[in-house]
Design a protein around this ligand. Structure first.
Ligand SMILES: Cc1cc2nc3c(=O)[nH]c(=O)nc-3n(C[C@H](O)[C@H](O)[C@H](O)COP(=O)(O)OP(=O)(O)OC[C@H]3O[C@@H](n4cnc5c(N)ncnc54)[C@H](O)[C@@H]3O)c2cc1C
Length: 242
């Protein structure tokens, strides 16, 4: 069932990303998502960037996300959720070193996870990958939260030049993490997985896929070929724990 939320604050994160802060909470864990409906437009899944109040970080890439960017303070949207399996922190996070790897909007749910981990006294390092300096998302906010942040850009305009997995490799070689968490495009997740397997590290990946129902009924979001047959990003995931 959808619940109506009102936009109370809009933050510009970068040239194509806005954060929408809504008027009330949604009880949810990092890694879960909500289906956001704009009547007469469509419905799409969005990661929960913060739960209290419910906060969404939206990259404008197409018709639906651009409509979300056009919403002003005081305007409404409809939300179904929370949905999906969340990230899991270690049973005793205090003093543990956790490395997170984010690309694109994937940094937003990782920030929610990072804040919970930091509150539980874990040491958090976040590797952010982006095409250019202008695309880097939430780096300053994560530093203010208390995380160590490593930035990689493909053109070298900010941080190291290259793919975010180079930052993951450096972080892992510096000190072995208790766990690695990642959210971003599928090729990035596959590269993170291969580095974690090579180092024998536990890891959790949040998979993105086209979704319709968001609750395991329609089968649209099956992640083919990598996990067991019929693994649905919406209800078995989006987070897989390995
Ligand atoms: C679990 C989950 C959580 C998500 N969380 C966020 C979030 O926090 N912030 C955010 O900005 N977006 C998020 N998305 C993506 C979002 O649901 C929409 O797909 C996105 O906003 C694009 O929709 P659109 O109608 O604007 O553009 P569309 O016209 O649908 O897409 C524009 C372009 O992006 C590509 N694309 C769109 N969605 C996906 C996808 N899921 N996987 C791969 N390629 C895609 C399309 O192929 C196309 O090239 C999430 C998706 C999933 C599955």
């Amino acid at each position: 069932m959808h619940r109506t939320y009102t936009v109370t604050e809009i933050r510009d994160e970068n040239y194509r990303t806005k954060t929408l802060v809504l008027d009330r909470a949604l009880i949810a864990k990092p890694g879960q998502f909500a289906m956001v409906w704009l009547p007469g437009v469509d419905e799409r899944p969005f990661s929960i960037a913060a739960a209290s109040p419910l906060t969404l970080t939206v990259v404008a890439v197409g018709p639906f996300s651009e409509r979300l960017h056009q919403l002003g303070e005081g305007e409404r949207l409809w939300v179904r959720g929370p949905l999906g399996q969340p990230f899991e922190l270690p049973a005793q996070p205090s003093g543990k070193r956790l490395v997170m790897v984010g690309g694109g909007y994937g940094v937003a749910p990782l920030r929610f996870l990072a804040r919970e981990a930091l509150t539980a006294n874990a040491a958090v390092e976040v590797c952010i990958g982006a095409r250019t300096a202008a695309d880097v998302l939430l780096a300053e906010r994560l530093v203010m939260d208390g995380a160590v942040v490593r930035v990689m850009t493909e053109d070298g305009s900010r941080g190291g030049r290259g793919l975010v997995t180079a930052a993951l490799e450096a972080a892992v070689l510096e000190a072995r993490p208790a766990s690695v968490y990642a959210c971003g495009p599928v090729p990035m997740l596959e590269a993170v997985e291969s580095r974690c397997l090579a180092h024998g590290l536990p890891y959790q990946l949040s998979w993105e896929a086209r979704m319709r129902c968001g609750m395991g009924l329609c089968g649209t979001c099956e992640v083919h070929g990598r996990r067991r047959e019929g693994w649905l990003a919406c209800s078995d995931g989006p987070v897989s724990v390995s």
